[in-house]
Design a protein around this ligand. Structure first.
Ligand code: FE2
Length: 328
């Protein structure tokens, strides 16, 4: 989508001195210049580096606000209520709360979705890919110069059953997805499948490691298999998760290769709770009341296992379901 196709309910200005449009959503105002995103609201003002802001915005848009809270940093972010979305400043920051400077507004999902999409498209210049590792993209800095609509509107992989099943998401090939520089040693063998006649549409298999070795994006859990509400969402990680994800349910992590270090904090206050180093083969469950941010020195493969049941946030909020997956 280019800015010209943006729905008319998106409120934006003409280009400012640096060539970027400014956006309004409720009481929030957004402005970018050569280096920063400037966010203001009735009780305050916040500034973020534009690279951090665009990387977070890209994920919030692509994941359609994801599960629970997407903190862009320690001040600004969104909470998904699956139909409406909260946008907040300081809501999950104890100092802002105590000073009563926090601010939160709720919008119908289409309005914030369209505003964020238009802002992401207008503020991303040619050569910058917010989904790419910083080692594989140009910088986002400087005055407005071109755009990168193809990158910021990438289709997210969401299998209906499983990658490789006839009619579903396709296995990746050299033509569509070259092997990433960090996964040159990953075997590209594919399993042989010999279904009984009549079951060709039901029996499938694929090499997940080979599939992930061809991912051109980072920190982007994509759905590769579905069993009712059980979603396998593997992703490849390099550098820093550009958001701090606040859970509204338990999330399982299976470290498939290499190493990620996680900072785990209290979801509501940001107080430190744990530092978790996960190496290949490690399995962890992120509780339903935390926020977490990961660091991956070398491009690694992580399997995120999500329970997509729409009842979970309410069950946890009312104490009917635990924030832990298992009690020992
Ligand atoms: Fe998460």
């Amino acid at each position: 989508m280019s800015i010209d196709d943006a729905p008319s309910d998106v409120v934006s200005s003409d280009p400012n001195a640096e060539g970027y449009r400014e956006f309004d959503l409720g009481g929030f105002h957004f402005r970018r210049d050569e280096f920063f995103a400037h966010i203001s609201w009735p009780t305050g003002y916040h500034v973020m580096s534009i690279d951090t802001f665009l990387r977070a915005l890209q994920r919030d848009v692509a994941w359609d606000f994801f599960y629970g809270t997407v903190n862009f940093d320690h001040v600004f972010g969104t909470v998904n209520h699956y139909g409406t979305v909260d946008m907040f400043a300081g809501r999950f920051n104890e100092a802002y709360r105590k000073a009563e400077l926090d601010h939160l507004e709720n919008y119908e999902t289409p309005l914030i979705r369209d505003t964020f999409k238009a802002m992401l498209d207008d503020w991303t210049i040619a050569g910058f890919d917010p989904f790419a590792s910083p080692a594989e993209t140009a910088t986002p800095f400087g005055a407005k110069a071109g755009s990168n609509t193809a990158a910021v509107t990438r289709r997210r992989v969401t299998a209906a059953r499983m990658v490789g099943v006839p009619g579903d998401e396709a296995v990746r090939t050299d033509e569509t997805h070259p092997i990433n520089r960090m996964f040159a040693d990953v075997s590209q063998d594919e399993p042989e499948v010999h279904p009984e006649p009549g079951f060709e549409n039901e029996v499938a298999a694929f090499n997940l490691f080979a599939y992930l070795s061809r991912s051109d994006v980072t920190w982007n859990p994509s759905v590769v298999s579905v069993c009712k509400n059980s979603l396998y969402c593997p992703t490849t990680e390099e550098y820093i998760l550009p958001i701090v994800h606040g859970n509204d349910r338990v999330e399982w992590f299976v470290q498939l290769s290499d190493e990620i270090v996680w900072d785990v904090q209290d979801r509501d206050t940001g107080a430190a709770r744990a530092k978790v180093t996960m190496r290949a083969g490690d399995v962890a469950a992120m509780p339903g009341d935390i926020r977490h941010q990961g660091y991956s020195s070398k491009r690694s493969m992580l399997l995120v296992w999500e329970n997509a049941s729409p009842e979970l946030p309410e069950l946890i909020r009312t104490g009917k379901a635990s924030v832990y997956p298992v009690e020992f």
